[in-house]
Design a protein around this ligand. Structure first.
Ligand SMILES: *[C@@H]1O[C@H](CO)[C@@H](O)[C@H](O)[C@H]1NC(C)=O
Length: 459
């Protein structure tokens, strides 16, 4: 029984590692279009071994909801598109839906949101769209009757196709043809303090513009950045640009404070030969850098200082998904529970140390050196470094956050210099730890100033 002893081993490891460092802004989509998925209890243990704080289900599988009981993990459950007509036309059917799918599990299972339908609102398709809001309202009423209004939110999930313009982000706007439906829907979200949920995929943006500089921009890798001519914001990655385009659309509807949730984003680790960029390296880079970006709490240019709640697509590869090969290869994990690639989600502290890939001979003794940015490096590249370093959890970025000794001057250059040096001193004073994709250099000039001390090394 190999699988049995593997489970035992897994649960021992998890017991040893479960240090409860889950992060509420990191979520994952638990898709089930597969015939080889691990049992719900096994998946629940897997999730608890990570820093994932939230899970989104496309339906309301009771076995999974139960398996997540008392884990604290936030659970988004879904109403299938096909259930929308009956929920819209019959309040009793919404009551029954909540009675069957929510009440038996709550509050042991931490259901936080009901997503009514997925990517319903599209141009030229008003079949279900006109029934969406009535269905959401009936589900909300049913929750209110069960005294769960406000505790469990109701929303729906949109594709990026609801925007007709997303470049530059400050000009982001919704399709005017959808306004009759979006306007009251957004008013409903505001009345109930529910979030606007969207599925941005930089992977698809790269497919339509497959240049190397676009790839770096999509993968959160060092790049020259894109200036938004509308407001002067500098974007260092595509996802922030997509989310801020949505924010601009909401702002122009008077909803600038509405919370945005990324209900899905991800990158496939393989694809058909015509699916450019669908590789293991790119998937690791996208999801790993995304997680680091979220952990840095830097936010987006339009919404700084806070990480948008983000559900990565997806927990597992889904072998029964139709369509191009990439559709079956978005999983962070394979269904045998091995990682598709490591993105630093393991919640054991030790996993955050990246072993150097270079030679491990100790560097010869030399005079004190500090690691600082090279002069010609762009702000976007520096921000990428800050995101990576502060997201890695290896060092404490407190000194460059508001109130910290090195917060002033509040510039990306100053913050990056401090973070890059601290990383170098902490992770190991080896040349490869002062590289940051060739954006860094060593100096013997002490960069410390007033109360801001840059740690260094003495011979
Ligand atoms: C439920 O999940 C939400 C979202 O992750 C989290 O903020 C909250 O603390 C969780 N509640 C409990 C009781 O664990």
């Amino acid at each position: 029984m190999a699988s049995h002893s593997f489970l035992l081993q897994l649960s021992l490891i998890i017991t040893a590692l479960h240090t409860a460092v889950s992060q509420p802004f990191i979520g994952v989509n638990y898709g089930q279009v597969a015939d080889d998925l691990p049992a719900p209890e096994v998946s629940a243990e897997l999730l608890k071994s990570t820093t994932v704080g939230k899970v989104r289900l496309y339906g309301a599988d009771p076995a999974i909801i139960k398996a997540l009981a008392n884990s604290g993990i936030g659970i988004v459950i879904g109403v299938a598109n096909g259930d929308i007509p009956s929920l819209a036309s019959d309040p009793d059917s919404a009551t029954q839906w909540v009675n069957a799918n929510v009440l038996p599990h709550y509050p042991e299972s931490n259901i936080t949101l009901i997503a009514v339908g997925n990517e319903i609102i599209k141009s030229g398709d008003d079949g279900l769209a006109s029934q969406l809001l009535p269905a959401m309202q009936n589900v909300q009423n049913a929750l209110n009757s069960a005294s769960l209004g406000g505790k469990i939110k109701v929303s729906t999930v949109h594709s990026m196709a609801v925007l007709t313009q997303s470049e530059p982000p400050s000009a982001g706007s919704f399709d005017p043809a959808l306004m009759d439906i979006l306007q009251p829907l957004v008013a409903f979200l505001k009345n109930n303090e529910s979030p606007f949920a969207i599925n941005p995929y930089p992977f698809f943006a790269y497919q339509s513009d497959p240049r190397p500089e676009t790839l770096a921009f999509c993968l959160f890798q060092p790049n020259s950045g894109r200036v938004d001519q509308g407001n002067g914001n500098v974007y260092s990655n595509m996802l922030d640009a997509q989310v801020d385009a949505v924010q601009s659309g909401l702002s122009s509807m008077g909803m600038e404070d509405m919370e945005i949730v990324i209900a899905e984003t991800g990158w496939p680790s393989r694809g058909d030969t015509n699916e450019v960029g669908a590789t293991l390296e790119n998937a690791r880079a996208y999801n790993g850098n995304l997680i680091a970006h979220l952990r840095s709490m830097v936010g987006t240019p339009s919404m700084p200082g806070k990480s948008v709640d983000t559900f990565i697509f997806a927990l597992y590869d889904e072998d029964l998904k139709p369509g191009p090969a990439s559709e079956r290869a978005f999983g962070l994990f394979k269904t045998d529970l091995t990682m598709s690639y490591d993105v630093g989600l393991d919640n054991s502290a030790s996993s955050h140390k990246n072993p150097p890939t270079g030679p491990v001979t100790p560097a010869p003794k030399r005079e004190t050196e500090w690691c600082i940015p090279k002069v010609e490096v762009s702000e976007a590249q520096l921000q990428t470094n800050v995101d990576y370093i502060c997201g890695s959890q290896v060092i404490d970025c407190g000194p460059i956050q508001p109130g910290g000794a090195c917060y002033e001057p509040n510039t990306v250059l100053s913050h990056a210099a401090f973070a890059m040096n601290l990383y170098y001193q902490k992770v190991g004073r080896n040349p490869w730890n002062c590289d940051f994709s060739q954006t860094a250099m060593l100096t013997s000039q002490n960069p410390s100033y007033s109360a801001c001390v840059y740690p260094g090394e003495s011979t």
